[in-house]
Design a protein around this ligand. Structure first.
Ligand code: FAD
Length: 550
């Protein structure tokens, strides 16, 4: 699987040539999961993504594969059970990318959870999520909690809970889902926007799309069409004339990144902030990231911006529990903002809205899926594809297999278990160490690319930091449909968030290499360089709310 090319021109050329069983609109976690599920059952699948894969919400989450402890408070037992159980499955399908991570929940005076509530909550969580062995929750005394995390404010801490979650990289997860779907015959294209639907006898029969790179229009014909457009779901429902009754409610969530040495946590912490909400602080490589806010949102969906107030809120909340770190706004080196595509419920605030997913079917047969979590992508896909398969059975009298995705290891995930990932990481360090690379570099590569790392190292012409970046780029261009510098720095490597220094250092060389690869004109090269500068600006500079023009 590692060596399969995944090239945009080749995929694009296949789209007008046939009538697909299924067209999926949207290449986030939901759409990518649907494409893989359907392709694995033997459907002919096309997927159109108007930006880059994962450029919507699916590169802007907290990057946890988790059961959502806090949803217990909202009595969402079914949701917690489903996503809780899914954690172990998704970990098995990509053990390098979905990595067990202990979470410390400090109990503080007047906090969200008291000792009893935490104990019961974590116990229920373990039962619902089928947690076993050393992953089961442990309750800690104040002294034990402070021993685990000495940066916590000692006079506030009354005890703690210690439990298991998984961390991931959302955009890499989507990339591997798309690649795995493509390896099973799905035709997937980024920068291809669905502009309108094609109808036959009143039923949706495909879509008219704009190629945002080639600036042309093409038609995709399909027997079934799924709208998995995340925050844009209602735009397509509206286009389809079916935006009735339930609608989306978008809320913005911001994360900030600080150098790890400025908040050197020993493990992830889920902590109370003074307004009654809770935040995550998650160490990752050279960084620690903190999030999230949760506020109603009405601005641009493509570019949700981060305000100075968002950053202040996160810094203030973190400072309240980790005062000795002395974090200030000046420590923030990167950030991102994402939009939760939640389903509106009258009278409920942003944080109270359910994270459940829902399927809407329009009179013209458009299947839309909204809400949900990254963690639940596989089950959401199963539900949608079950419906699609039923429709196709009625329409074309064809029968399809049941959902197979529980057994389909994602690209790069061919490891026996988590120990095999650790051993592989050690072998990569053995190979790279003599050239001056660190264990952290080896960990970055293995968590990002898994068993594909040797393919990348084979592309490395110089054993230097620049040589490695260029090898990752060469791999991304050939196997991951990288089209722009932002695709590469944000969604294929995550470097703009977690190692922004390497972006500053190598961005010109990467631009040159991409220009040579694609044969870009000077104008196109400049426009894409400017797009990267804009992305860096948005991640590092924060206008006050009052200065923002939507
Ligand atoms: P998206 O990722 O937004 O994908 C939809 C895609 O459709 C976009 O890429 C868009 O460009 C494309 N599109 C739109 N219109 C068109 C069109 N006309 N033509 C073609 N393509 C189109 N979940 C977890 O499990 N764990 C977490 O830790 C977590 N943290 C979160 C933190 C925040 C701040 C947020 C905002 C969400 C978080 N979530 C988390 C939820 C999770 O990120 C989302 O549920 C999930 O990513 C949604 O995926 P999606 O594919 O439905 O939407």
């Amino acid at each position: 699987m590692n060596q399969i090319p995944f090239l945009r021109d080749q995929h694009l050329a296949q789209l007008p040539a046939e009538t697909f069983d299924l067209l999926v609109i949207g290449g986030g976690a939901t759409g990518a999961g649907i494409a893989l599920d359907a392709a694995a059952r033997g459907l002919r699948v096309a997927l159109a993504e108007k930006q880059d894969f994962a450029a919507g919400t699916s590169s802007r989450s907290t990057k946890l594969i988790h059961g959502g402890l806090r949803y217990l408070k909202q009595m969402e037992f079914k949701l917690v059970r489903e996503v809780g159980l899914e954690r172990a499955t998704v970990h098995r399908l990509a053990p390098h990318l979905v990595v067990a991570e202990k979470m410390l929940l400090p109990l503080i005076k007047n906090g969200t959870y008291g000792r009893l509530m935490t104990q019961i909550g974590l116990q229920v969580y373990d039962i619902l999520a089928g947690v076993t062995g050393s992953d089961r929750r442990v309750m800690l005394s104040a002294a034990q909690t402070l021993e685990k995390e000495p940066l916590l404010r000692a006079d506030l801490v009354e005890g703690g809970g210690f439990y298991a979650e998984y961390r991931t990289d959302d955009a890499r997860l989507v990339t591997e889902l798309i690649k795995t779907a493509a390896a099973r015959g799905a035709v997937c294209v980024n920068y291809l926007e669905v502009k309108d639907f094609i109808y036959e006898k009143g039923q949706v029969a495909g879509a008219i799309c704009e190629d945002r790179i080639g600036a042309s229009t093409l038609e995709i014909r399909a027997r079934q069409v799924v709208n998995a457009a995340g925050p844009w779901v209602d735009e397509l429902r509206s286009q389809n004339g079916s935006l009735k009754n339930k609608r989306l409610h978008l809320t913005k969530g911001v994360h900030i990144v600080v150098p790890h040495e400025r908040l050197p946590l020993r493990q992830s912490v889920y902590f109370d902030v003074p307004d009654g909400r809770m935040l995550f602080a998650i160490p990752r490589g050279k960084s620690t990231y903190i999030g999230t806010t949760d506020t109603d949102y009405q601005g641009s969906k493509e570019q949700p911006l981060i305000t100075a107030e968002d950053v202040q809120y996160l810094i203030k909340g973190t400072h309240a529990i980790f005062p000795s770190a002395g974090l200030t706004e000046a420590d923030v080196v990167s950030s991102w903002a994402g939009l939760r595509p939640l389903i509106h419920e009258e009278g409920k605030s942003a944080s109270e809205l359910s994270r459940k997913d829902e399927i809407f079917i329009s009179p013209s047969g458009l299947i839309s899926i909204a809400g949900g979590k990254l963690t639940g992508y596989r089950k959401m896909a199963e539900r949608v594809v079950n419906r699609v398969a039923r429709q196709l059975q009625q329409q074309a009298r064809r029968a399809f297999a049941r959902c197979q995705t529980k057994h389909i290891v994602l690209a790069g995930g061919q490891f026996a278990d988590a120990q095999a990932v650790t051993a592989f990481q050690a072998s990569i360090f053995e190979r790279l160490g003599p050239a001056g690379f660190t264990r952290q570099d080896a960990a970055y590569l293995v968590h990002n690319y898994g068993t594909q790392v040797p393919d990348i190292l084979d592309l490395m012409e110089q054993p230097t930091a620049e040589g490695l970046v260029l090898a990752e780029l060469a791999f991304g261009l050939e196997h991951e449909m990288v089209q722009t510098p932002v695709d590469f720095w944000v969604r294929r490597t995550g470097r703009l968030y977690f190692d922004i220094g390497s972006v500053y250092q190598h961005k010109n060389r990467v631009l040159e290499a991409m220009k040579a690869h694609f044969g870009w004109s000077d104008d196109r090269t400049q426009a894409l360089a400017a797009e990267l500068e804009q992305a860096i600006g948005q991640a590092t500079r924060f206008p006050a709310q009052a200065e923002m023009v939507h």
